[in-house]
Write a protein that binds this ligand. Structure first.
Ligand code: ADP
Length: 420
């Protein structure tokens, strides 16, 4: 399809998502339990924006002419890769689905998308929307099913040229194996994190830092890949700062995800909740201190709810400091010097996101350079939009979603060498 045609379809998809944003969001929340206040912005709202961003981007991608000798013409084409397989998780199905789908379609590929087994409804509806918007039959295929069956079949397929994934490190490893066992398809992984949020005593507004840090871990019950799950606090303000974070965390209303008064919704599943509670009891057994929460919240309606939880005195080698919980559990560790903060911040296998709170511009820039992560927030936590890439280093993955850079994953370079 010519770029102008693709642009029209992608804009139409965005229009239709916006027209039924509430219904789509409710469909997703009933699946995954995210608080609806957040889901309204993060799911339908952001998915529509992502389709618009790539609709506008797709006819600004040019080929190149190489600086060859005058008797030769070296042309560099950017070709669609062909068939893209996309495997996405349950925490933000529409948002993350759109991060993969929109640039892949914009670049002229067809896509086979596999949603998570616990959150597939909104992406199935999105497939209908794409058809209604004029996407030709077969260009988008949504296939549901368990990861080890449907996901594995997709990842092993000889007909898939590029595989893009957001999910756990364990599955990411398997996908690389499947690629090696099949057609060596390129595999782009957006995996987990254990992201450090570093608070210096000179932070411009400690209370704002505390409130933002609380939301940086507790929103969507901590089920956010970039969650600021490790709080590193300069020792001189440690007790005061932890008290402020605990104050804001204790005020969060946890409950029915569809209730507009809930600040935080449900944990995704019983398995996930049991894992979260296991992390807390292990931390206490390793010598850390439970400062807030730590329990399941029992509601009359049932459901898998967990208190925002803060654990202090977490040593860098503790399991809670090293492994991703993907739950509402904040691990707090004190530090005394910049060098120590950097060492602790970089002391995990992950490198997805980070935060730095300081009034010193030189210190902020030094920390940005020193912390190994795909994104470093300064005097905020968690902000982003379509214009900037999201991706990890180390075992948080490779490749990027969002921004013009995401298009690179879905395009192959082809050289034409023409003797004149
Ligand atoms: P999470 O912790 O986010 O649930 P998973 O990696 O288990 O992370 O799931 C993310 C996505 O990967 C889901 O769509 C899931 O079905 C899929 N998945 C899980 N196991 C496999 C597998 N062996 N092969 C392919 N896809 C898988």
């Amino acid at each position: 399809m010519a770029p102008a045609g693709r642009k029209k379809v992608l804009h139409k998809i965005a229009d239709l998502i916006e027209a039924e944003a509430l219904a789509l969001t409710v469909l997703g929340v009933r699946d995954n339990g995210t608080e609806i206040n957040m889901a309204l912005k993060a799911e339908a709202g952001s998915a529509a924006g992502t389709f618009r961003y790539y609709a506008e981007a797709l006819d600004k991608v040019y080929g190149e002419i190489a600086p060859t000798a005058p008797n030769v013409l070296g042309l560099i084409h950017r070709d669609p890769v062909g068939v893209v397989g996309a495997i996405v998780p349950w925490n933000f199905p529409l948002m993350i689905g759109a991060w993969k789908l929109a640039p892949a379609l914009a670049a002229g590929n067809s896509v086979v998308l596999k949603p998570a087994e616990t959150a597939s409804l909104s992406l199935l509806r999105l497939a209908d929307i794409c058809a209604e918007a004029g996407l030709p039959d077969g260009v988008l295929n949504v296939v549901t099913g368990p990861g080890h069956i449907t996901g594995e079949a997709l990842a092993l397929s000889m007909d898939v040229d590029v595989l893009v994934f957001t999910g756990s490190g364990a599955t990411g490893r398997r996908l690389l194996e499947y690629s090696a066992r099949s057609n060596l398809k390129r595999v782009y992984l957006e995996l987990g994190g254990k992201s450090p949020n570093v608070v210096f005593a000179d932070a411009p507004d400690l209370d704002l830092a505390a409130k933002t840090s609380a939301m940086g871990i507790f929103r969507n019950s901590g089920q956010v890949c970039v969650a600021g799950s490790r709080l590193l606090v300069e020792a001189s303000v440690h007790d005061d700062f932890v008290a402020r974070v605990a104050h804001h965390a204790a005020a969060l209303q946890v409950g029915d995800p569809l209730d507009l008064n809930s600040h935080i919704g449900a944990v995704n599943s019983e398995t996930q909740l049991a894992g979260n509670l296991g992390f807390v009891s292990d931390a206490v057994a390793e010598g850390a201190t439970l400062a807030l929460g730590g329990n399941r919240i029992l509601q009359d309606t049932g459901g898998t709810y967990m208190e925002p939880t803060i654990v202090t005195g977490v040593a860098p080698h503790h399991r809670l400091a090293q492994q991703e919980v993907f739950g509402p559990v904040l691990a707090v560790t004190p530090f005394t010097t910049d060098a120590e903060a950097i060492t602790i911040a970089n002391s995990t296998d992950y490198g997805l996101s980070a935060g730095v709170w300081t009034a010193s511009l030189p210190r902020a820039h030094k920390m940005i350079r020193a912390i190994r992560a795909g994104i470093v927030h300064v005097n905020t936590y968690g902000g982003s939009d379509n214009t900037v890439p999201l991706g990890g280093v180390k075992q948080s993955g490779n490749g990027h979603d969002k921004s013009l850079h995401a298009m690179d994953k879905y395009l192959d370079l082809k050289t034409a060498w023409i003797q004149l």
